[in-house]
Write a protein that binds this ligand. Structure first.
Ligand code: LLP
Length: 419
């Protein structure tokens, strides 16, 4: 459920007309709904309420906007970060360092050092090598780094190959069969406090069975590690729950997910940790765009919009579907290809799709763009970095400015020896 609805024939974010925002801020622009974000944060937490001990760390990568992080901080969410930049955002938003989980396969020496200094709550180690390096850093600073070991369970999440992370051929985690030995060796290192295991098999997961299977394997591994006399008090089950991208699409709900987790983790006696991203932010945002022109083609007409793959990369990268809705629908429809202005054919949002009829100058919204939208934007073709707005009832604010191409140009220089 979200708060982007037609009112008096016009698409609104809560009580604010998207046309009013577009008029003031220009297009393309991301618009987030505070009420939707808050609702999703609550629904996800409630879905886990039957579990004994729970820690939820929002996956910052899905939407790192400072205002979004502040809102989730106020909902009691921690943060799952994958870079020093994300860590600093989470801390700047007021998320306590002890509620931050540092994930990622390539944390640098500098990042590990900064995170130890900041007192980050948990490092999810992706290799024995990383653990050894972290132990040295922590010991040299006279500190202890609290860690979980990320395990690759070799389970196919049955999602898009580019966002699948839990198969043996993926770069993430340590091999399942080696995990107990690595855990034991890392547990012996001064500077580290090994307290648990972590798993994350992929994103936009639409079938709960692979997760159930992966969690089952983690339970077996946990028991084997405990049998060695080692302690496991925390199990991080990652993120990954998918969201509907097409009107009417049915996916497992947070409640379905919570019930599956309760069943799969029965009797574990641990704090369960979660790293949801998309399920919180996905349906909380839209990308508002203006139709530049409608160009006749040999087949369907080309609806050329002023948003492009640099603003919303998901269709180009993962063939992802984003519903497209006119801000002032006429009731008429058309079958069209929707494309951006960038000079490559991957800048395509949809082909041969039945959409609200639009013409040059009309506004439209790509829906379910709150996760992996603005955060993956870039300035390809020397376009602006897309701005972001948050709506709260009948008020709204720009929460990230448009970065104009002139500002990016101003950060470049020509060395004098070129002339
Ligand atoms: N935890 C870890 C270790 C992750 O790698 C991810 C996402 C998450 C949590 C959050 O997953 P979520 O709940 O959002 O599914 N750019 C892609 C998605 C990449 C996901 C990367 N990892 C997309 O636009 O679909």
């Amino acid at each position: 459920m979200d708060h982007f609805e037609l009112r008096n024939g016009e698409l609104h974010a809560e009580d604010v007309s998207l046309a009013a925002i577009a008029r003031d801020v220009g297009t393309p622009v991301y618009v987030y709904s505070r009420a939707t974000l808050t609702r999703h944060a609550k629904v996800f937490r409630e879905a886990l309420s039957a579990l004994p001990k729970v820690h939820i760390a929002f996956a910052v990568k899905s939407n790192p906007n400072l205002a979004v992080l502040r809102l989730l901080a106020s909902q009691g969410y921690g943060a799952d970060v994958v870079s020093e930049g994300e860590m600093n955002r989470a801390l700047a938003a007021g998320i306590p360092a002890e509620d931050v989980v540092f994930s990622g396969v390539g944390k640098t020496h500098a990042e590990l050092t900064a995170a130890v200094r900041a007192g980050i709550g948990q490092f999810n180690l992706e290799s024995e090598e990383e653990g050894v390096e972290l132990a040295e850093i922590a010991a040299s600073l006279g500190k202890t780094a609290t860690c979980a070991l990320r395990v690759n369970p070799n389970v196919d999440a049955k999602t898009h190959a580019k966002i699948s992370t839990g198969k043996a051929e993926n770069k993430f985690g340590v091999a399942y069969d080696l995990a107990a030995d690595i855990y034991e060796r890392l547990s012996a290192l001064p500077g580290l406090h090994m307290r648990g295991l972590a798993v994350h098999i992929g994103s936009q997961i639409s079938d709960l069975e692979p997760s159930r299977q992966a969690f089952g394997k983690m339970g077996v591994l946990m028991a084997a590690i405990r049998e060695r006399g080692l302690s496991v008090t925390h199990m991080d089950l990652g993120g990954g729950l998918g969201v509907p991208y097409k009107a009417g699409e049915q996916l497992p709900t947070p409640a379905d997910y919570g019930a599956m987790v309760a069943e799969a983790t029965k009797g574990w006696d641990v704090t369960l940790m979660f790293e949801p991203g998309r399920v919180i932010t996905g349906n909380s945002g839209v990308l508002v765009t203006e139709v530049v022109r409608v160009k006749q083609g040999v087949g369907h007409p080309w609806v050329v919009v002023d948003a492009a793959m640099n603003d919303l990369a998901r269709p180009a990268m993962y063939d992802a579907w984003h519903d497209f809705a006119a801000v002032k629908p006429t009731g008429e429809t058309m079958v069209a290809n929707i494309v951006g202005p960038i000079c490559e054919s991957s800048d395509t949002f949809a082909m041969a799709r039945e959409i609200d009829a639009v013409k040059a100058g009309d506004l439209a919204a790509f829906r379910t763009a709150g996760a992996y939208g603005a955060t993956m934007a870039n300035t390809y073709n020397s376009r602006a970095l897309v701005p972001e707005v948050m709506v709260d009832g009948d008020r709204w604010a720009v929460v990230a400015n448009r970065i104009e191409p002139a500002a990016i140009l101003a950060a470049e220089q020509v060395p004098e020896w070129l002339d």
